[in-house]
Every structure is written in C-alpha cells, then in structure tokens.
Design a protein around this ligand. Structure first.
Ligand code: GCV
Length: 841
C-alpha cells in the first residue's frame, strides 16, 4: 500500500488544482473597501513602498487619512506602515495639506493648481529621498487622495513614478436618505435605518460612521439623513443634540451632516400661528433655530426642502413662491455657511386626467423657470433627472436648461424604487451617463447636463450632484449584493461625470470581488446589460415603468397609471398608446426644451424609439425606426428581456467557486427570483396589451404557454379558485388559495408527457403577511418543500407577490401524479398560480 501513497497525493493535489479554492464567506459589509491581500506577483511591485508615514498637520480627517492608509496597506500588502512624527532619514509617505507641506516641499501648491476637494499624488525628492506625497488644499482632499492611492494598489497599478491630479467636477456631492424617525425608510429595501429607531437617533451609530467612511471613499461630502417628507421634530430643541451625535460620527470622514426640514416648522413646532416665509416672525424663528443648531454642530451643511408636493405644506399656502420659502431658510443659514437644497419636485397630484392638456411633466419647469434669478446664492435647486419620477427611462428634465441665474443640482436615485427594488439587478450608471451627457443646447457650443449642474455652463458659484440612497441595517447595505455598484457608480460620476460606465463597472467589480479575470469580465458584463434588460421586460419605448404606481411601485400594474390625478399617464387604450406632449397637438411640454431639442422631440420622425411614447400618442401599428410595429416591439422586447434575465442567472452560475460562498448564494437567490419575476412581468404586460389592442403576437407566444398547467385546472382538495386583480398579474387571471379554516390543501395534476428528465417551475404567491408552507410530491415521494417567507412588497396575491420555485432534475413518466400541498399562515393562503413542466436536454 505505501507505494501508492505518492500517487494518491498527486491525484488529490491535481483534483484540488482543478476545483477553484473555496473562498471564505463575506457579508458584503466592507463593500468596495475590502483590502484583500494581493497576489504575490502583484504585491512585488510595491516592495519599494516607503515604510514610514508622516502626517503633516492634525485633524480628525487627517488622522482618518493616515489610519486608512495604514489599514489598506496592511490588508493588501501585509505591512504595517510606521507612524513617524518627523521626516525620517529615509524615504517616506507624506500626507498633508499644501499649506502644511509648504515648508518641506516648497512650490508644491503653485505647481499643481487645485481647489476644493482635489488632490495630488506624486513621487518627489524630499531632502534627498524619493517620497510619496498625498497633498491637497483641504484635509478632505488629503483623505480622498489616500483612498485614490489605495485604489491604485487594489487594481495593481504602478506607483512609480506617480503624478496624478484629481479634481471633483462639482463642489456639492451629496446623498439623501429617506429615513423616518421611527426607523422605517421610505423606498428603502435593505432593512431599517442606520440612523434612527423608535423616534430617536440610534444609541449605537457604528454603522453611520462606517457609512461615512464608504461615502468618503467615493468623494461624497454631504449626507441628509432623514426623509424629505420631513418630520418637524428633527428641529425641536431636544432633538438637536441627537443630530449632533450623527455629525460626530460623520466628521472624521469629511461628510457634513444635513437634514430635511418641513417649511411649516415655525408653526408646527415653533408655536407661531403662521409659517408664511415673508413674515418677520417666521424669518426670526429660522434664524434663531439655526443659531441654536450651529452652536451644537458648527460644520452643519444645510438643509433639504420638499414643499408643496405630494401633500406637503409649502409657501403656496400663503400665495408665496418657492423662492420666498427657500430664501427665508437660506438667509438664516448664510451666516453659518449653510446651504438649502430646494427640490424642484413640486407638482399637483390631483390633475384632471380627462384634460388632454394637463401634464405632470411640465410642473417643475412651470414652477421654477419663472423664478430664475430670484433664489439666493446659497440655494441650489435640486432637480430629478427626468420630469416624472425615476422611471426606467425618461428624457432629461428641461428645467436643467431653464435656470441660468440659479444654482442647480441633479437628483439621481440609487435606491431602485422603480427599477426592481434591489430584488432585480439594475446597474444605473449607463442610464445616468446618458442623462449627464445629454446636450441641452442651452448656450454656445455643447452644454451637457453635467456641465450645467457643475455650475460651468452658466458660471454659477456652486452646484452638484445628489442621490437618494436609502442604505439600511442589512449587512451589505442595499440588500442585493450587486446593488452597491450603483452607489459606487454614483460617487464616481459625481466626482468625474466623464468616466465611462464600463470602467466604473470594472473598477467596482475589482474592488468588490477581486481581480480574477473571469469574475471581472462576467460581473462587469452583467452589470452593463442589466438596465436594458430591466427596461425590456418592464417599460417599453419611454412609456414609463408599467408598474403599480398607486402602491408598491414594484410589480406590473399597467392600468394603475391611468384615470387618476397622479399624472404618470401613458394613455394606453384600444387604439394606441403614448402621451402627446408635442406643441402642435399635445400638452406643449416639448417647448420647455431649447429649440434644437424641442424640434427633435416634436416630430415623430426625429424622436428616438426609446422615448417615442413619452412624447407621442401613436397607434399600435405605428412603425418604429427599427421597422417593427409598436405592438410587436412591446411583445418582442418583453420576451427578449425575460430571456436576458435568465441569461444573467446563467452568467452568475458560471462563477460558482470563484466567489465566496455567501455572496455567491445570496446573489444566486436574487437572480433566480429575478428570472422568474421577469416572466411574470412579461406575461402581465403582453397579455394586457394583447387584450387591450386586440392585436395578436405575430410570433404566437402571448397567451400560449404549452408547458403550463393552470392551478385552477388541477384536481383540487381544499384549494379554491379566485380571480386575481388586476387579472393580467396571474396566468389566466385566476389562481387558487387555501382559505382557513382549510389547513392542508392540495392541487394535483397527472403528467401526460413522454418519460424523461424534467424541471418543474411552480408559480406561487409569496406575501409579507404570512409564511405558508409548500410541498411537492411526485407520486408519494416528496421532491421539494419550502416556506414562502421572502419579504416582497406584497400583502395580497398579484404581480408583486408572484414567485417561482424551480425544481430541477425530476424523472417523470406518463401517468405520474404531481401534487402540490399548501399550508396557509397568517393572511397568506398558500396561493398557487400554475406549474410549468420543461423537458431537460
Ligand atoms: C419621499 C416619489 C416617491 C415618494 C418620494 C417622492 C419624492 O413620489 O414615490 O416616496 O417621497 O418621490 O421624491 O419626494
């Protein structure tokens, strides 16, 4: 026997070499700041990195910079940099502002013109030694420089010689969180608030500090921590010290605290009988309030205001304008250096839907363009990128081109309210790039949105970028393990809007999953495809996300947009679809754009297909530039989108063994779900349009599902059929449920196909108000069982709840019985829609 041992050992080693190393589990909490050890060869190029680090100056932010550099180098290169008090007699890494560095390295600043949060990374001879310098005009710039240096190491880039200057595009790069004081988050999909619980700021703000570090690493310098539907309590005197604790948690990372405020606060909490912005009592109240606040938080950044919108009170109460309201607050903040982000999301949600001239898309421009030049210099108008509300595709808001004498910021949405709520993969930087690069034709030469909001086009003193993020207590911050790519991408674009989405996807993947070529290529590809994929199976041709706009904003709900005052209309009817927003025959919205843009959208011929239905009402038989009819495009794109969603899953599966187990499994679970839910979307939208238009799918797919057995057509015991509303959100409009007092219900079908290996897809409804149990038996053998306990935004059967369970590798023979047993729980009645039986190759 002993003589076989070497052979066995060799075989085992050979086998191990083939199986990718098991990679240890990760929660995703470190996001893109993992600092994992570099491969030996990659690490070798950093052998000449100085051993010591000299911090010139002393502040919380500078100390964070030094600590971060030590942490990152230790993680990636396994070496602990020595903290030096003075320049040692050898090369060193020098960190500091230009003014602190002047004595050691004269002329550094004048040679490298930088302002605000920019930084310089350079190798330079200092007193005879080749030192590595991270210098900036501000402490925060030094911190950003350190993150950039670490990013280079993480991507294995050479540091010698080093001469890199970076400068942010705009001074304001903020995030908004829509957290309520009770700990819930409006449009948050990753657990409760990291800031608040039970009406107060959390006792433990560890996560808030960790979040600030993540924000700093991508150059974000402000964070508004509470819902723009603001609770006035945040300004109560007892609450201010609590806010100060959050500011303390942010401060070491150069992130300034902001809050959203309710403009009626002087009345609601101030004891006045008015909040009229033109009343002296009101302006005095604001001034006193901010004096008190700044005493506790000297670096408070300012406030965000939502007013006269979606039921919020505002200056309209007194016949005053948004400029009056913004300025009264801005003047109270000005002595302290604070600013006001006043949101342009002001619209009437009680529009008369029967009036063809009414158009919500016009509201922001109509309300704010006449006020151009009337806002104080520390007011910034925060404009959602599109004129409606973060739909899967919208044109750029015309207001960007309509404010020449007013500061502007663009508002983007990282939290995926209308783009799959982090259950679906939808990487948004490609969409944001289209928006930021869009030429508004608002001056001489190109005037892309990115230049307008950065203040360049109209020479404004300030401006910038805001994103609604809504991270939560989930370990990985945003729920889906791949969703943080959106926050990362937002930060990168806010810093440098000229970056390419492809490069951003690659960077994020490298930082988040390492440099394995297969992993980087596959995940980048998945990210880059995902927005178009999502668009294809949800909202075609600029009609908007065809979701339930009156409820969750999640699953399909084509009709919910119509016949109500919210104005998210697509006007789909028997004859055709689309909002006529032309000047000639429609709402006149196109005229809010500068003439070259208006001319493009006014005509059918020059309107791009992907925005056609945003601007024009056309018959279903209208022929697109692609050569397809609108209706056939709707059918085809939904089928393509669902196939692409299935393909995202396959791409991920090709990475098995290359990704740590936990992140692999969690992502797999979400992508499996997405592939199933894309089919729910596909079927709901296609069936709705097929029924409404009366035009059949020329490829014969819509309404024909040869492998599908409807639950209501099975042999039922205890289960009863019911109509699902809206009908298209269940196959055939019906499903079955096991209504208490029934407890153990079953639905049985007899398999009539040929003997072979099959895969079963069981479509059931997983609500958030119960945890039903399911079992599937073939003959007497249990082949699968599960609990419907996902936390989808659904409390009744329908498109939000519809979920697929795939049971693979089942041998079936003609005559076999397939029985699904359901046990209800709470208000969830183990509802079932259908079973599909697919032959395996
Ligand atoms: C915070 C949309 C969202 C609301 C949000 C609002 C806004 O309407 O559905 O949840 O409110 O936008 O941006 O103010």
């Amino acid at each position: 026997m002993p003589r076989f041992r070497p052979l066995l050992v060799c075989a085992a080693l050979w086998f191990l070499a083939l199986v990718p190393a098991r990679v240890r589990a990760e929660t995703g909490a470190e996001a893109w700041l993992r600092y994992r050890p570099l491969q030996e060869e990659a690490a070798r190029q950093y052998e000449s990195l100085p051993a010591g680090i000299v911090l010139l100056g002393d502040s919380l932010v500078l100390r964070s910079a030094r600590g971060e550099l030590i942490r990152g180098v230790r993680g990636m290169l396994g070496r602990t940099l020595r903290e030096e008090r003075d320049l040692p007699p050898e090369k060193a890494i020098l960190l500091g502002t230009f003014s602190e560095m002047k004595a050691l390295v004269p002329g550094l600043e004048s040679r490298n013109k930088l302002h605000d949060d920019g930084f310089l990374l350079a190798t330079q001879n200092v007193h005879g030694f080749d030192c590595l310098i991270v210098a900036a005009p501000t402490d925060r710039g030094v911190l950003y420089g350190v993150f950039a240096l670490l990013a280079k190491i993480a991507r294995n880039e050479s540091l010698s010689p080093l001469q890199d200057i970076q400068q942010p595009a705009a001074p304001l790069r903020w995030v908004d969180e829509w957290d309520n004081l009770d700990g819930r988050i409006e449009r948050g999909y990753a657990g409760p608030s990291i800031f608040f619980e039970n009406g107060n700021v959390r006792a433990d703000l560890t996560r808030a500090a960790e979040y600030a570090r993540l924000l700093a690493s991508i150059g974000i310098n402000g964070c508004a921590i509470n819902n723009v539907n603001a609770n006035p309590r945040v300004l109560e005197n007892e609450f201010l010290p609590q806010l100060a604790r959050v500011a303390d948690a942010f401060r070491p990372w150069g992130v300034r605290l902001s809050i959203a405020v309710d403009v009626s606060s002087p009345q609601l909490i101030g004891g006045l009988n008015t909040f009229d912005p033109l009343e002296t009592r009101v302006s005095e109240w604001w001034a006193k309030k901010f004096n008190d606040l700044y005493r506790l938080i000297p670096d408070f950044a300012g406030v965000v205001v939502k007013a006269d919108s979606e039921g919020r009170l505002g200056p309209a109460t007194y016949g005053r304008t948004p400029a009056d309201a913004a300025n009264v607050i801005a003047r109270a903040l000005r002595p302290h250096g604070g600013i006001v982000f006043y949101r342009a999301f002001v619209y009437n949600h009680h529009l008369d839907w029967q009036n063809p001239k009414h158009d919500r898309a016009k509201a922001a421009y109509d309300n704010f363009h006449p006020l151009d030049g009337k806002f104080d210099d520390n007011v910034i108008i925060q404009i959602k990128h599109g004129p409606i509300d973060f739909q899967v595709r919208e044109p750029v808001s015309p207001l960007f081109g309509g404010l020449e004498k007013t500061n502007e910021a663009i508002e983007l949405q990282v939290t995926q309210e209308y783009t799959g709520q982090q259950w679906h993969l939808c990487f948004l930087p490609p969409m944001w790039k289209e928006v930021l690069d869009f030429d508004l034709h608002a001056g001489d030469g190109p005037t892309p949105v990115k230049d307008v909001v950065s203040g360049k086009t109209f020479h404004r003193p300030t401006g910038g970028f805001v994103a609604v993020v809504n991270v939560g207590m989930d370990a990985n911050w945003l729920g889906h393990p791949l969703a943080m790519a959106n926050l990362f991408g937002y930060g990168r674009l806010a810093w440098n809007p000229d970056l390419d989405a492809k490069e951003i996807a690659k960077e994020w993947t490298q930082f988040t999953f390492g440099n394995d070529t297969l992993v980087v290529r596959t995940i980048s590809q998945m990210l880059l495809e995902s927005w178009h994929t999502y668009e294809r199976y949800t909202g075609p041709l600029g009609a908007g996300t065809l979701t339930d706009i009156l409820g969750s904003h999640y699953g399909p709900g084509v009709e919910s947009s119509e016949r109500n005052g919210w104005g998210q209309w697509h006007r789909a009817g028997h004859e055709g679809i689309g909002m006529d927003r032309t000047a000639a025959t429609g709402t006149g919205y196109v005229d809010q754009y500068r003439p070259p843009v208006a001319r493009m959208y006014e005509l059918l011929r020059t309107t791009p297909d992907d925005l056609l239905l945003f601007f024009h009402h056309v018959p279903y038989t209208y022929i697109l530039h692609s050569g397809k009819t609108v209706i056939q495009h709707i059918y085809d794109s939904h089928y393509e989108g669902a196939e692409q969603a299935a393909n995202l899953l396959q791409q991920w599966q090709s990475l098995a063994g290359h990704i740590d187990e936990d992140r692999y499994a969690e992502t797999l679970k979400r992508l499996e779900y997405q592939a199933g839910h894309a089919i729910v979307w596909r079927d709901a939208v296609c069936n709705w349009f097929s029924r409404t238009s009366g035009i059949v799918d020329e490829r014969g797919r819509v309404g024909h599902y040869p492998s599908r057995v409807e639950a209501e057509g099975m042999q039922l015991q205890g289960y009863v059929p019911f109509n699902v509303l809206p009908a298209e959100t269940a196959s055939g409009g019906q499903a079955i449920e096991c209504v208490p007092p029934a407890r153990d219900c079953s639905a049985t079908l007899r398999f009539a196909g040929a003997a072979g290996w099959y895969e079963l897809d069981v479509e059931y409804f997983d609500q958030n108000n119960g945890k039903s149990k399911f079992r599937v038996l073939i003959g007497d053998q249990v082949v699968d069982e599960w609990i419907a306990d996902a936390l989808l935004p659904a409390s009744k059967p329908g498109g939000d709840a519809s979920t697929r369970r795939r049971i693979s590798g089942q041998a079936l023979r003609p005559g076999d019985t397939i029985r699904i047993e359901g046990t209800p729980d709470g208000e969830e009645f183990a509802a079932l829609d259908y079973v599909e039986i697919h032959k395996l190759p």
